[in-house]
Structures are given as structure tokens and as C-alpha cells.
Design a protein around this ligand. Sequence first.
Ligand code: ADP
Ligand code: MG
Length: 354
Amino acid sequence: MIESKFHTLYGRAPEITAFTPGRVNLLGEHTDYNGGLALPATIGLGIKIAISNRIDSSINISSSTFEGMVALKLDTTASQHWSDYALGAAIKANELALTSGGADILIESNLPHGAGLSSSAALTVGLLKIFRDKAASDITDTQIAQYAKQIENEFIGVPCGIMDQMVIANALSGHAMKLDTDNLEFEHIPLNPEFRMVVIHSGFYRQLSDGRYKIRKKECDEIKEIVNQNDICRMPLEKLEKLKLVDPTLFLRARHCITEHERTQQAAKALKDDNFVEFGQLMNESHQSMKNDFEITLLEIDNLVADAIKLGALGARQTGGGFGGCIVACVEADQVETWTAALLSNHPKAYYVC
Ligand code: ADP
Ligand code: MG
């Protein structure tokens, strides 16, 4: 029980405990910082946080996932340590006057981190919501998402988009979120329980804060400059042709953004129409685009995805920022068990997540 652990650690009961889910992105990868559509859904796994305010400026953070308790102050800066995200959220809550002073924080998680399931947003959104609710503030869930994104962009230094924070802050279980990252409008689409979006970890790990994600963001910023358009996912094809002459790599990156946005539009419609054959096909095309145009997959993950399809998934793709982590596959619900067993027996490093 998180309450009793908190008591053992900090010598008093927590004021609030809350659970925040992780998310899986079904389609629309690297579109969320390019003004395009994304189609994420929250999952059953997530992060539990217990917290009590302090009258001094100490921020004490413990986590079931990481060793040792960290004792920091509100004026500490990020130090490439696991505690950065929780610290960033506590500092942001003070900046927003949702709280004043330090906090004792305990984190318990069954969500793998660095796996493309957005443990970072689960943690920052979860903490900001706790501070908001304790303060009875009228800050909206979408504003919470925007502040959580600021923590990652400005405090941690990861130039991520807003998809993760939006779907987690506005979570509705059993639904996918069709999110327009250009204006933050969204629609919840019910997921048919006859099909499961199964998440399998490849066994290969990455960190979003590593350089490769930043390189893709930089390439997209270059495209924006050249075509003088921020929402490059909605770029007309004539502009795309121009990029081919300037830099063939930028042409490929832009083509991924444009085709991925279009696929996401079609996938949202396929979900509404209960057309899982088409949905699966779009997942497969998305993976190929991430592999060939955006170049963010690993050979081992390409093989895992190919096998997932061969063994009967309607579609499969890498999910999350890339270069490791999880795949998501659309599988008929009554076949999940046999499909998973067959896939894992071919891929000893991979494991079932949810
Ligand atoms: P992802 O969001 O895909 O899981 P990131 O690299 O964006 O991966 O975020 C992972 C970071 O979030 C961890 O390195 C850590 O700083 C923080 N984090 C995630 N889970 C926990 C946890 N259970 N306890 C403490 N910090 C966590
Ligand atoms: Mg993250």
C-alpha cells in the first residue's frame, strides 16, 4: 500500500494519493510538434503518486522504480537524474501558485519508463493535477497538459510535442483520442472490445532525452523554415517537391509527416466505422513510413513488427518516439493469448506489457 510506505518513509500520512495512466499511440507519430493529427489512447498501467506539502522548500522524492530517496530544494535545476521530472512538476506548481513550498513525494509505477508509453507525462500531469486539486484551482485539464509540456521542453530540455500530455490529462479509458495538435481540439472515439491494442516491449531501450529525437525535431524545424509553414503535416505536395532538391533527407522527413497525418485521419474514421482491417493496414503503412522516411526504427523492432503481422495481427507498428521501446498490434481479442505466446517465443528479449 502506497499510504503505509509513505508513512514509513516520511513519518506521516500522505495528504493525497492519485493514479495517472500511461498511453499508447495508435497512429500519428512525430506529428504532434508539426501541427498534425495523432491518435493515442490511455492504458491500464500507470503511476501512483502520494504527496504531502512541506512548510520549508525541501522536495523529497522516492520512487519504487529507482533507488534511494532524493532530497532537493525548490531552486534546484535539472541534472539528468530520474528525479528531474518530479522536481520540475513541483517547481511548476509553485510558479503557478498551486502550492507554496516543498513536498514529500512517493511514486509507485507499473509503467515501464523509456518504453514509448509516456511515463514522463504520466508523472508530470499526475503531479500537476494533484497540486491543482489540492488548491481547488480552476485550471483546466488541457491547461495542465500545456504546463506539463513546458516542464519537458523548458526544465528537462526535451523538445516533445503535446500529444502525451493531452491524452493523459483528458484521459477517457476504453477510448482513443483523435487529437488535432494544431488547435488542441479532440474527440474521444470508443474502442471496440472485440479487438485489442496489444503492447509488447521489444526489450530494446531508449531515452527520449537522447540526441536522436532532438535531431528529428531539428530537421522538422529546418523544413518549417524552408517552406515557411509551421504545420508541415498539412503542407501541399508542391512544397514537398521543392524540398527534394534542397535536401533529400528533409524530403523524406516531410513526406512522413504529411502521409502520417493523412493516415491518422483515415484511421480515426476506420475506428468509427469498425473497419479494423483498414485500421491494421494503416498501422502497417505507418511503421514502413517510420522505418523508411523518418528512420526512427531499429532492425530488431522491424523484425518484431513483421512477425506480429505474420502471426495474425491485423496491423502492428512501433509506438512512441522511436529507437526502441514498444510496439502496438491490433489483434482479435480471442486470439491475444495464443498470438502473444507465439510472438514471444520467437523474440526472447520481448515481453508482454498490456
Ligand atoms: P517515456 O515517457 O517514454 O517513458 P521518457 O524518457 O520521456 O520516457 O521519461 C522517462 C523519465 O520519466 C524517467 O527517466 C524518469 O525521470 C521519469 N519517470 C518515469 N517513471 C518514473 C517513476 N516511476 N519514478 C520516478 N520517475 C519516473
Ligand atoms: Mg516521455
